[in-house]
Design a protein around this ligand. Sequence first.
Ligand SMILES: [Zn+2]
Ligand SMILES: [Zn+2]
Ligand SMILES: [Zn+2]
Ligand SMILES: [Zn+2]
Length: 219
Amino acid sequence: MVKIASNGQCLFCKGTFSKQTMAKHLVACEKRATAIKGASRQRVFHLLVEGRYAPQYWLHLEASANATLQDIDGLLRDLWLECCGHLSAFHLNGRTYSGAAMEEFDDEDMNIALEKVLRSKMKFRHEYDFGTTTELELKVLAEREGLMKRGGLLVVARNEEPVYQCSACKKTATQICSQCVFEGSPFVCDDCAEEHECGEDMLLPVVNSPRMGMCGYTG
Ligand SMILES: [Zn+2]
Ligand SMILES: [Zn+2]
Ligand SMILES: [Zn+2]
Ligand SMILES: [Zn+2]
């Protein structure tokens, strides 16, 4: 994969900031302060979510302390992960929290309030699909009193879509080979797609997600 510096957009003021400076900006952003006026005062977790092996995909998330792990799972599926309804789980504090169907394996139910399991500075993991797994890393950057809807979740910043080069002609890639994705050069442009050795059936669109190129993920 092509390594690039990762910028992202503050979804309140539309300003562009680097991955490193975004957390600081969000605290100071005036548009954000205005946008959350009117909600009630409560405990809020500020989370950073990123691809475990693809950290160029990242999100800043604000979550009401009474939102659940399941709510976060749903948001991650909508935004980044859902291809064909695979199982998923969180790993934190040495425990596994999964959907109700997995409780027979001694897992906890992910329908549990964040305030019961999260603490400031805690790191934890999310896995989607236990076959072709997409692994995410989550970190509680801060815990504070803030204005928010009860049980609410808010994506407050997100990475800009990375640009990849076609492995054959170096033009901007539009497709990724789901077979070559685990090896060297999976990206192709529209012109080179026909000639890709694995066949066009293996190609998936380039999308802004750490699940790009896996299973049947089309964004
Ligand atoms: Zn801003
Ligand atoms: Zn799938
Ligand atoms: Zn090409
Ligand atoms: Zn291929």
